[in-house]
Design a protein around this ligand. Structure first.
Ligand SMILES: *Cc1c(COP(=O)(O)O)cnc(C)c1O
Length: 425
């Protein structure tokens, strides 16, 4: 099933004769075996199968397989949230004393996770602008750098990452490039085709798409040769004494080592697993992802173009606008559209922004994006309020910034709603 549209609808699951057409929700914490030996083989990772849903569950694996196919990866796992996916994606290959290079233009929750919580765990981060020079990028690396992290289209700054350039720099230093592809989704961009090695998602956003279930996903391209840098990645390339002395790269190869370790070790110990019920909702969302993304992008383009010409708007950030600084990058990486989120500044700053948001009738004020229903947010006073002014600037969040997530409602209705709300300020 090479076609992405078909994969959205049918990927990951092929029922046999007389089996359910929709994916079964295996609402079971545990699985029954005839002998202890049978189960022992599972614990030793000698046979594949299920024994406890904290580590793996058939419903979750079915949905992970669909996302894996959409991204063109070799292995994938669901996590309880996008935050868990971001954390696992790095913690799977880095530990206290290690270092990671990250784009500074990332989701506020991820920035906090890296800059505060993971620093407390002893992992250092260097944040660099996606627009940095080659020299600045080069200078960010240290001998103990284990990964490079960035977002295809950043939330909420909406900058576009030059994936190929960052992949080249990462690989030159023996590091994988991890891309959070939440906003673009594999419908609009497939980072593995541009050299990324690992992809993460907050499936809470477009993939679920209906505001029903919090979730995350990690996908491995299977292309990063960990054994080439065995000294850098001992967790993957030397025996795991906590797992019967298994060496993940030896047993599962380039295509399976990373996700198997993340499941067998991190999910076992940290338990940030997704429930089968949530995975079912996620799959329902995925079935129409290809259709919804088109409408999200169409609506965002129309709203962005309307705002760009409006006297009460000081600036608009949408990479689909011809004058946008990221327009060329967006055309390269996302020729069919980027995402449904538009950021802009309302003249009159915070007060005007709030008045505008309250006057909207279609878009609701929510801590959410990428939903079928339009929603809006003032990041500086909500999601990003814990950041200092300097950190806000580094994240691309100014005090007047309104983030409008265009849903899949009628284009004319959405533009008219924005127009009437602007008249009220
Ligand atoms: C929302 C979001 C996250 C965090 O995901 P949760 O599912 O809310 O934990 C991570 N990255 C991006 C780009 C996001 O938009």
């Amino acid at each position: 099933m090479a076609n992405l549209d078909t994969t959205c609808v049918q990927g990951g699951y092929r029922p046999g004769n007389g089996e359910p057409r929709q994916i079964p929700i295996i609402q079971s914490t545990t699985f029954k075996y005839d002998t202890g030996t049978d189960m022992g083989k599972l614990f030793d990772l000698e046979a594949s199968g299920y024994f406890y849903s904290r580590l793996q569950n058939p419903t979750c694996d079915t949905v992970a397989a669909k996302i894996c196919a959409l991204e063109g990866g070799t292995a994938a796992m669901l996590t309880s949230s996008g935050q868990a996916a971001s954390f696992f994606s790095i913690f799977n290959i880095a530990q206290a004393g290690d270092h990671v290079v990250s784009s500074s233009s990332i989701y506020g929750g991820t920035f906090n996770l890296f800059n505060v919580t993971m620093r407390k765990m002893g992992i250092e981060f260097t944040f660099i602008s996606p627009d940095c020079t080659d020299e600045e990028l080069e200078a960010a690396f240290r001998p103990n750098t284990k990964a490079v992290f960035g977002e295809t289209v950043a939330n909420p700054a909406l900058t576009v990452l030059d994936i190929e350039r960052f992949a080249k720099a990462a690989h030159a230093h023996g590091c994988p490039l991890i891309i959070d592809n939440t906003f673009a989704t594999p419908i609009n961009c497939r980072p593995f085709e541009w050299g990324a090695d690992i992809v993460t998602h907050s499936t809470t956003k477009y993939m679920d798409g209906h505001g029903s279930a919090v979730g995350g996903c990690i996908v491995d391209s299977g292309k990063f040769d960990w054994t080439k840098y065995a000294d850098k990645f001992p967790g993957l390339c030397t025996p795991d004494e906590s797992y019967h002395g298994i060496t993940y790269t030896e047993r599962f190869g380039m295509e399976g080592a990373y996700i198997t370790k993340a499941t067998a070790q991190l999910m076992r110990d940290l338990g940030a697993t997704q429930s089968p019920q949530s995975a079912y909702y996620l799959n329902l969302g995925l079935e129409s992802l290809h259709l919804r993304m088109k409408q999200h992008c169409k609506n965002a383009q129309a709203v962005a173009e309307f705002l760009a010409g409006h006297e009460k708007i000081s600036w608009v950030k949408y990479c689909g606008l011809k004058g946008d600084k990221d327009y060329a990058l967006a055309q390269k990486y996302m020729p069919n559209g980027s995402c449904g989120v538009v950021s802009f500044g309302v003249k009159g700053g915070k007060a005007a922004a709030e008045k505008f948001m309250e006057a909207l009738t279609i878009a609701a004020i929510e801590t959410h994006v990428a939903d079928a229903r339009s929603c809006c947010l003032h990041p500086a006073s909500t999601t990003h309020r814990q950041l200092s002014d300097e950190e806000l600037v580094a994240c691309g969040v100014t005090p007047d910034l309104v983030r409008l997530s265009c849903g899949i409602e009628g284009t004319e209705d959405l533009v008219a709603d924005v127009a009437q709300a602007l008249e009220k300020i």
